[in-house]
Ligand binder design. Sequence first.
Ligand code: C2O
Ligand code: CU
Ligand code: CU
Length: 514
Amino acid sequence: MRERMSRRQVLGIGGALGVVALGGLSSAAALSRRPASTGAVLRSAVPLPPAFAVPLPIPSVLSGAEIEIVQREVTAEILPGVPTRLWTYGGTFPGPTIESHRGRAVTVAHRNELPVPTVVHLHGGRTPAESDGYPTDLVLPAGWGHMGHGMHDPRAVTSEVTRSYTFPLDQRATMLWYHDHRMDFTAPAIWRGLAGMHIVRDSAEESLGLPSGVRELPLMIADRAFAADGSLAYPSIDPTLQMQHGVQEPYIAGVLGDVILVNGAPWPVHEVDAARYRLRILNASNARHYDLEAVLDDGRRLDLVQIGADQGLLRAPVIHRNLPIAPAERYDVILDFGQVPLGSRVRIVNRLGSGRTRDVMAFSVVRKAADSSRIPEVLSDDLPEWQRSEAVRVRDFSFRAGQMGDGHGWLIGGQAFAPDRTDVTTRLGDVEIWRLVADVHHPVHLHLVGFRVLSRGGRAPLPHDAGLKDTVSLRPGESAEIITRFDGYRGRYLFHCHNAEHEDMGMMANLEIT
Ligand code: C2O
Ligand code: CU
Ligand code: CU
């Protein structure tokens, strides 16, 4: 049973969001009072460490055609001296980074030793539907039986304890990520640690001369909060995550933590050479948005040279002073520490944060070093350029708060997710334009395909919309047009908001490719 909300509570959410949440959308009002993130901050109940004291962890790497990952609960030390229970892929948070090569299939056998069903999705993967991690294709833990709330999905393919996912990876080289996608419980599962990165490489990219080896760093940014006993705090209605889904008020719009983790460490520091580094940045936060900036001790800013987006290299580099990143988005960025005096520090800060959430991590420039890396003027020439005239269909979708059952939910086109309702049917190979409109922040993600951003707010896309995307960040009151070709595989896929709390509370829809 869903928690019932009084009208007063519902209006309270509207107030907290700074917009008229239910019913109508007042774009002008929303635009003029645009909050930094949509959600509410959960405060930690343990003392927090100072910033830039913990070294940046680099997740271990797995490669090869066959990989095995055990999903299990572990106790780890995220905050120094504080033991924290985590749900992990392979015993660590983030899980191991999978390294693979374009066009070489990888099979990942997952074994679920957690106390709840799970399902793995490779975000940004061009994956056949049976391995895409549809939210009801559950991997049940041993002895689960018939527990859990009823779901009406005759097409679900569940398995017991283990499941192998096959990823053909016939797609552009880029950094993907894998995470839990269980129906109604994705947000708390990711929060507890079920997320990892997956890098796809190809020879074209390898020949460019970009920084590599120890000068290429995968960076998973995620906010969390800690309870008094050291566990991860999360406002679940049912903390066992077995029966009832959803979060308590006032977190319905999104759960924001007060600790910023990078690769699972709080506000870490990393020692670097005075040379160019390639940062593969992922925002794996449930709801927090960042607007990243690289600031020197003397207040100067380093250029963020963007070379890639969610779905791989841009055509040409784009130079940013600051780079907004919404949940699930990735950026491939070069920072040149060669311009920084030895012994100084470069802080990565979030312009949208306040107090301690302004800091993200720091780089300490500790040694002089040779640097033979380069940033070519042309990075790739295989970026799809779909024309408006190619589109056989234009569709409109609103992403808004609304009524779901007898409670509050998040709706696409006025409807909450139902596994057994097909929302969009398209033919394999069709080019379509989708017009998306939002009330509050909604990072909209499509499975299977990458897309281009055609327009934002009726104008040209912003500089950070460049390249091939799989997630587009709609800001309050904003609209955007995207264009894509639905190619790859037939079957049942999804599109949804990647604010993980919104996703769990209805903001997801079925996309059937025939
Ligand atoms: Cu990051 Cu439906 O996924
Ligand atoms: Cu996805
Ligand atoms: Cu949303």
